[in-house]
Design a protein around this ligand. Structure first.
Ligand code: IMP
Length: 424
C-alpha cells in the first residue's frame, strides 16, 4: 500500500490528529487537502498537549514532508503564529524541506473573519455556529473568482491586482455593515512581508505529490472536519464550506482519485458535534453533561462545549460508504467506562412513522433514533493495549458496531497519548 487517507466520519473532532501522528511513522508525506484553521488536531506526547490548526500532524516525525494542499484555505497571519509557536516548542520546522504549502491555496484575510461574523449575526436564530475564522467567506470568494492565493504573496503585480479586484467588491459591503474599509496598501505591505517569510515553502505541491506518487512514496492524507460536515454530502446548511469527505482529495491536492489505496474512517465510541444542526442521537441534561465531562468534550479550536450523544450506526454507515472507508478507527472507547447500558442507534423512525435503515440527509431533523442496548463496562481501560485484554462487554460493544456497519475496527484508541492504542 502506498497512500492512505484518515477521514473523520461524523461531525469532526473524532481524534484524527493522534491517528495521523501514529500512521505518519510509515509515511513520507502527510497532506492536508481541505478546510483551514477551523480545524484543531490535538496531539499529546509525553504529557504535553498541542493543537495544530494548519500544519499537518506529521510534523513531529523526522523525515516526513508536511504538505498544505491547494484545497486548504490559509490565513497567513495565523500560519505565521502557528509556525512561531512550533518553533518556540523546539519543533524542527524547515520551510521548503519538511513543510510545503501550495501556491494555489486561497488566503483567508482579516476581512473574511469580519464577514463570517456579519453573516452569522444576520442568520439570527438560524446560526450555523461557525468557528468564526473566516473559512466560509474565503471559499465563497474562491468560487466567485475574487480570491487571493498563496503564490500571489511573492508576486507584487498579482498581489496588487488581486487586492484591487477583491476590495472593490468587499469595501462597500464592509461599509454597509458599519465595518471599517480595508486599506489596500497597508494590507499589501503586511502580506508581502509574510510572502517573504513563507517564500521557501510556497511551491507547486500538486507536482511534488504526483511525482512522489510515481515513485511509490507513501502519502497520508489528513482529513479535516468530518464527512457529515462536507458541503455537498453533509447536513447542509449546517456544514463547513469545503469537501471535507474523501471526495475533496483529488481537487484539494492535484492528485488523481485512484492515488488513494486505503481509507481509515475515524469515529468516536459515541458521537459529538459542535455548532448547530441536526444530531439524532443527541443527549440532553445530566447524561449529556456526564459524557461531556468524561470525554472532556470542549472544542479544540473554539473551546465551545461539544454536544454529545450515543453512537449512530446509521450515520456512520452512510459516511463510511460515502468516503470509501475500508477500516474503522474507534477513539475514546475508554470514555464509555461507567456508562451502562450502551445504546447504539441502528435505524431511524421517520416523521411518517416508517423505519429507515438509511441516512435521510434532507430529513434528519425529523428522525427519532431506534436503539439497541449493549451492556456497559466499569473498568478503567486506559492501560489496555490488546483487544483480548478489554472487558468482555467492551469487546462485545466493538463487535456489535462492526456487525452493524459491516466494516472491521482495525485500531482502537483508549486515551490521548500516542501509545494508548491497540491494533487488531
Ligand atoms: P466553519 O467551518 O467555521 O464555517 O464552521 C461550520 C461548521 O463546521 C460549524 O458547525 C463548526 O462548528 C463546524 N466545524 C468546522 N471545523 C470543525 C472542526 O475541525 N471540528 C468540528 N467542527 C468543525
Amino acid at each position: 500500500m502506498t497512500s492512505a487517507c484518515v477521514t473523520g466520519l461524523l461531525w469532526g473532532d473524532e481524534g484524527k490528529g493522534k491517528i495521523i501522528d501514529l500512521l505518519s511513522e510509515e509515511s513520507s508525506y502527510v497532506v492536508r487537502y481541505g478546510g483551514g484553521h477551523n480545524a484543531g488536531h490535538t496531539l499529546v506526547h509525553e504529557g504535553e498537549r498541542m493543537v495544530l490548526h494548519l500544519v499537518p500532524c506529521g510534523i513531529r516525525r523526522p523525515g516526513v514532508v508536511n504538505v498544505v494542499g491547494n484545497g486548504v484555505v490559509v490565513d497567513p497571519f495565523h500560519l505565521a503564529e502557528e509556525l512561531a509557536g512550533l518553533e518556540k516548542r523546539g519543533f524542527d520546522v524547515r520551510l521548503g524541506e519538511n513543510f510545503l504549502v501550495s501556491e494555489l491555496c486561497h488566503l483567508v484575510l482579516p476581512l473574511h473573519r469580519t464577514l463570517d461574523e456579519v453573516a452569522e449575526n444576520l442568520r439570527g436564530d438560524a446560526k450555523i455556529g461557525t468557528t468564526g475564522r473566516g473559512i466560509g467567506p474565503t471559499y465563497s470568494d474562491r468560487a466567485a473568482r475574487l480570491g487571493l492565493r498563496m503564490g500571489d504573496l511573492t508576486r507584487p503585480r498579482r498581489l496588487a491586482d488581486g487586492l484591487e479586484r477583491l476590495l472593490v467588491q468587499k469595501n462597500p459591503i464592509l461599509e454597509a455593515f458599519g465595518e471599517s474599509r480595508v486599506d489596500a496598501s497597508e494590507l499589501s505591505e503586511q502580506l508581502s512581508r509574510l510572502g517573504e517569510q513563507f517564500r521557501p515553502a510556497i511551491t507547486d505541491t500538486g507536482r511534488v505529490l504526483r511525482e512522489a506518487a510515481a515513485r511509490d512514496e507513501r502519502i497520508l492524507m489528513e482529513g479535516a472536519q468530518g464527512v457529515l460536515l462536507d458541503v455537498d454530502h453533509g447536513t447542509y446548511p449546517y456544514v463547513t464550506s469545503s469537501n471535507a469527505s474523501t471526495c475533496g482529495i483529488a481537487a484539494g491536492t492535484g492528485m488523481v482519485p485512484a492515488a488513494i489505496d486505503h481509507v481509515y474512517g475515524v469515529v468516536k465510541a459515541y458521537t459529538t458535534r459542535v455548532g448547530a444542526g441536526p444530531f439524532p442521537t443527541e443527549l440532553e441534561g445530566e447524561e449529556a453533561e456526564r459524557l461531556r465531562t468524561a470525554g472532556n468534550e470542549f472544542g479544540s479550536t473554539t473551546g465551545r462545549p461539544r454536544r454529545c450523544g450515543w453512537f449512530d450506526a446509521v450515520a456512520v454507515s452512510y459516511a463510511a460508504q460515502l468516503s470509501g472507508a475500508q477500516s474503522i478507527v474507534m477513539t475514546n472507547l475508554d470514555v464509555l467506562s461507567g456508562f451502562d447500558p450502551l445504546p447504539v442507534c441502528i435505524a431511524y423512525q421517520l416523521g411518517d412513522g416508517s423505519r429507515s435503515d438509511y441516512f435521510p440527509v434532507l430529513d434528519l431533523d425529523q428522525v427519532t433514533p431506534i436503539y439497541e442496548e449493549h451492556p456497559g463496562f466499569a473498568e478503567d481501560i486506559t492501560g489496555v493495549r490488546a483487544f483480548d485484554d478489554l472487558p468482555s462487554e467492551a469487546r462485545h460493544y466493538v463487535r456489535a458496531i462492526e456487525d452493524r456497519i459491516g466494516i472491521g475496527v482495525g485500531l482502537i484508541s483508549v486515551g490521548p497519548a500516542r501509545d494508548q492504542v491497540m491494533r487488531r
